[in-house]
Write a protein that binds this ligand. Structure first.
Ligand SMILES: *Cc1c(COP(=O)(O)O)cnc(C)c1O
Length: 392
């Protein structure tokens, strides 16, 4: 049942194709690799009706997942999260069809579970003996949990000012935690220096090809949950961009296997923090790559990514979809976390608040029309960020 055909350079540099049965992280040119499938064979053997009795996890889309040679997923039940109609919040914005895809309901409380379930599944199948990851918090929690599930030792590297709950949760899953002076990029450098010589398997964002495959399932689910139609807008808090790049890839795949019509994709919107908005800046300047953001700071740890290796892929998805990139300040994120809680009963991370902030800006500009269908991604829950909710 393996439909994976090969790994390919995301920038089309001409190197490769690469063999998915071997360990590959980046392309020879230093840019991310993407997983390719035998789409013709998938199209002729897989149909939507098969989904009816599949498990309610992201692995229900097994034909388009990186499972080779009868591999079993390393799973904790990630994905197939609910899509809530946010009627009250929508009304306050003058919108009839506002939805929240609630990723806080994933294992370890964020959508990082999707990417790490897929990455650890492949790492396990490839015989990795030690896993390592630099993280702003949520990726470290997810990696630690899936590594524990697979029985592989985990090493995590986080900025030393990371919030306590992220550290304690990694320890709970038995991971070894190293705190690094600096940002996630510095944590990545230390992880590579330490793990490189020892052969640790690095699952950094976009530095191995499989986290994208986990995150792309968010688009497969949206398609299925909207009965095989796309919403008009998707608003996504963007850090490293795995989800944005993954969903854009998923849309092309769903068109290629004939499950979704061509030429009707949603407009993709990136929400970032005013204290760290490299993609917003590059988007506004018409640049193909983003410059590293100096002095990155925001309460939304997942958005504190000063330089994304897949910046060109994020920018391409935004532009090809007729989308936007919008920065939201920390005070507004917290305000909108409270709105999601108070009006819809949703526990939102600051990143979820940022998505709602970006929607407010789009509505104020008159870009989103009252009857258009809008999906906000709440990428994580509030519980690890309670300090930002403490009364002043
Ligand atoms: C990591 C993270 C993000 C950013 O995700 P990318 O797909 O890497 O851009 C957003 N929100 C939360 C809660 C995160 O943990």
């Amino acid at each position: 049942m393996a439909y994976v055909s090969h790994l390919e350079c995301s920038a089309g540099c001409g190197a490769g194709p690469f063999d998915p049965r071997e360990r590959h992280h980046l392309c020879a040119c230093g840019l991310p690799l993407l997983v390719r499938y035998d789409l013709g064979r998938v199209a002729s053997t897989w149909d939507k009706a098969s989904l009816v009795d599949r498990p309610p996890t992201m692995w229900r889309y097994a034909e388009m997942m990186p499972l080779l040679d009868h591999d079993k997923p390393v799973t904790l039940g990630e994905g197939f999260t609910p899509l809530f109609h946010a009627a009250t919040l929508g009304r306050s914005l003058g919108l009839t069809s506002l939805y929240v895809k609630d990723e806080s309901l994933n294992p370890t409380n964020s959508f990082k579970a999707r990417g790490l379930s897929a990455a650890v599944t492949r790492a396990h199948a490839l015989g990795a003996e030690t896993l390592s990851v630099p993280s702003a918090g949520n990726a470290a929690n997810a990696m630690s949990a899936y590594a524990a599930r697979a029985g592989i030792p985990a090493k995590v590297f986080m900025p030393k000012d990371v919030k306590q709950p992220f550290i304690r949760e990694c320890e709970l899953y038995g991971a070894e935690v190293t705190l690094v002076d600096g940002l996630i990029t510095d944590a990545g450098r230390v992880a590579a220096e330490r793990g490189g010589p020892l052969g640790w398997y690095d699952v950094s964002t976009l530095k191995e090809p499989y986290r994208i495959e986990g995150k792309k399932t968010m688009a497969y689910e949206l398609a299925e949950q909207f009965d095989w139609q796309w919403p008009d807008w998707i608003i996504y808090p963007t850090g490293g961009g795995t989800g944005m790049v993954g969903m854009w890839k998923a849309m092309a795949e769903l068109e290629a296997i004939g499950w979704m019509p061509e030429g009707r994709r949603p407009r993709m919107v990136t929400a970032q923090a005013t204290g760290c908005a490299p993609i917003v800046k590059a988007f506004e300047q018409g640049a193909d790559r983003a410059e590293p953001w100096a002095d990155a700071h925001t309460v939304a740890d997942g958005l504190r990514v000063p330089k994304a290796i897949g910046d060109f892929l994020i920018l391409r998805a935004l532009r090809e979809s007729g989308g936007r990139a919008i920065a939201v300040d920390d005070a507004d994120m917290v305000r909108y976390m409270r709105d999601l809680g108070r009006h819809e009963g949703i526990s939102a991370a600051p990143e979820g608040g940022a998505a709602l902030g970006a929607l407010h800006a789009l509505v104020a500009e008159g870009l989103v029309k009252p009857d258009e269908t809008v999906v906000l991604f709440n990428t994580g829950g509030a519980l690890k960020y309670l300090d930002v909710l403490a009364p002043a």
